[in-house]
Design a protein around this ligand. Structure first.
Ligand SMILES: [Cu+2]
Length: 208
């Protein structure tokens, strides 16, 4: 009885996550594999409202959306993101720049822990953390020397895990250039001086 009702309650969250990614590229269903425990998936109250706002009137037009199971960058160890899924949406801000939303669901434990996450310049390849290259840095791409390392030149998406999972947004004054990129989740929070955040645990491809 309890299990059944919890499973029913979990369904809108899966639908909401699917709706979030819409019919954009890479139509992988984030809910394709059911979360190991119903406690890992809940509807987020602000979820659909954000999507509706971004999807109307040309405001916040999507640059790219991506979602699906996270790829494991540390297969030798068991980690909280081994069965997790994520959704990323990068949208245009009305007066220039862009806003990125990251949602992570199905995290195993780690409640209260903060993890660093960033848009990286390279691809997401399971078992190959180095493939993701460095952070996407608008100064680096523009040839600025030395490049500034900050949350205005890079897209930082640190999140603290709660009972719904993880959620982060980042608004920056630039629009990232298309490419085969990824969002990488790290073991520690981002150091605001160096941009580093420890070992690379998992990633989601973001390609456009
Ligand atoms: Cu990173």
């Amino acid at each position: 009885m309890t299990t059944t009702s919890r499973r029913v309650l979990a369904m809108p969250a899966i639908v909401a996550l699917a709706g979030f990614v819409g019919t954009g590229l890479g139509a992988e269903a984030p809910g394709a594999h059911e979360a190991p425990s119903a406690g890992g998936v809940h509807a987020h109250p602000g979820f659909r409202a954000h999507d509706a706002t971004d999807g109307h009137g040309g405001r916040g037009a999507a640059v790219v959306r991506s979602s699906g199971p996270l790829s494991d960058l540390d297969p030798t160890a068991t980690g909280p993101f081994d069965g997790a899924s994520a959704a990323v949406r990068i949208s245009l801000l009305p007066h220039g720049g862009s806003r990125t939303l990251l949602l992570v669901r199905g995290i195993d434990g780690a409640e209260g822990q903060t993890f660093g996450a960033h848009l990286h310049a390279g691809p997401c390849v399971a078992g190959q953390p180095a493939a993701a290259l460095g952070h996407y840095n608008t100064d680096v791409l523009a040839g600025v020397v030395p490049p500034e390392i900050s949350d205005r030149t890079e897209i930082w998406l640190d999140f603290t895990v709660d009972d719904e999972g993880g959620r982060a947004t980042a608004s920056v004054p630039f629009v990232p250039q298309p490419g085969t990129r990824s969002v990488v989740i790290h073991a520690a929070a981002t150091d605001h001086h160096t941009g580093t955040a420890g070992a690379r645990l998992a990633c989601l491809p973001v390609v456009w």
